[in-house]
Design a protein around this ligand. Sequence first.
Ligand code: ATP
Length: 386
Amino acid sequence: MTDKTAGGDVRLTGISKHYGSFTAVHPLDLTVPQGSFFALLGASGCGKTTTLRMIAGLEDPSTGTVHLGEREVTHLPPYKRPVNTVFQSYALFPHLDIFENIAFGLRRRGVTSVRKQVEEMLELVQLGAFARRKPHQLSGGQQQRVAVARALINRPQVLLLDEPLGALDLKLRRRMQLELKRIQTEVGITFVHVTHDQEEAMTMADTVAVMNGGRVEQLGDPAELYENPRTTFVANFLGTSNLIEAAVESAGTEVLVRARGTRLRLPAARCPGTPQAGGTLLVGVRPEKISLLPAAEGHTVAEGRNKITGRITSSSFTGVCTQYVVDGPACPGLEVYAQNIERDTRLTPGAEVVLHWNPAHTFGLDAGHQAGAGTGTDAGTAGEGA
Ligand code: ATP
């Protein structure tokens, strides 16, 4: 049951986990504000589940502490923490109906009049009509909602969700994301959600921590992370980024760079540190920020926009947009997403094109980073040693 005296943020201080010489989670400081929807996002093996399990008490940290508000819970067993976990395999009791599945936590604590609370929970997850069904008579999404209700009825201070939608098909997953977000807003309990699906994290969470190799690489609200990635891993793991190597020619409030003969501009405020003439940068731009024109119309591009020439090497129609890959002297393999409003039939593989975009939509990254980090070839697993 919720311990009202222990309300507050989830605070991890210097928390780490070693398995022998292997470090699954490097010392980590993290605060999850009370009442927020927080996502731990990362590729398989990056340490997100281990972090969640340390909050739950299912894993002993090698170093560091876990606080819930002012109360330290580092060494409390799971059942003594005001925390509940919903797993991907939700393991409902098959012989009990939905009502009794949800009532289980209350009955175990000796609560006898459960009806009102169970009905409230059934209403919250919109399963009132299913109360007397058995779990096998529900769809996967409905069963997952029962699992959430079964956890929430204990009024935990924090609900931990470990890839809870992993077993659902894509459409149902999308629906359940909105549903979980609605439930969280309605109950106001802190949700900490583990996922490898960037769209899922961005749809639901107020704050996302992107994990890579046992570390939090960047933390922020979804739009901030997407628009201002600080590392190539985040730039590539959250959506797609074009990263172009360039030499800095001059730097004021605007930075002027040259990428193999092509001059580009970007705001200094979106660059790491203070860019200096003579230095190098990775210039980043998202595929949907770029417009595409046949080369013959290049002269119509407004003065002051970033402009790159190239040739289309592939195009794929995805319904909402067409995704082009363009090779040019400044950079091979640039990706451009053009919304399917009016499709330009001249934009086919082999066509010479001009790419252009607003310099304000350009970000800079440290050229020392690997441009390919987080693209899928990089698993982002935790590393050896501490
Ligand atoms: P996934 O999405 O695949 O569950 P994850 O990011 O949640 O990945 P963790 O489960 O936290 O990753 O695991 C982090 C690393 O720690 C992995 O490399 C994993 O193999 C390792 N690991 C986890 N549990 C143990 C264990 N009990 N003993 C040894 N190594 C472990």
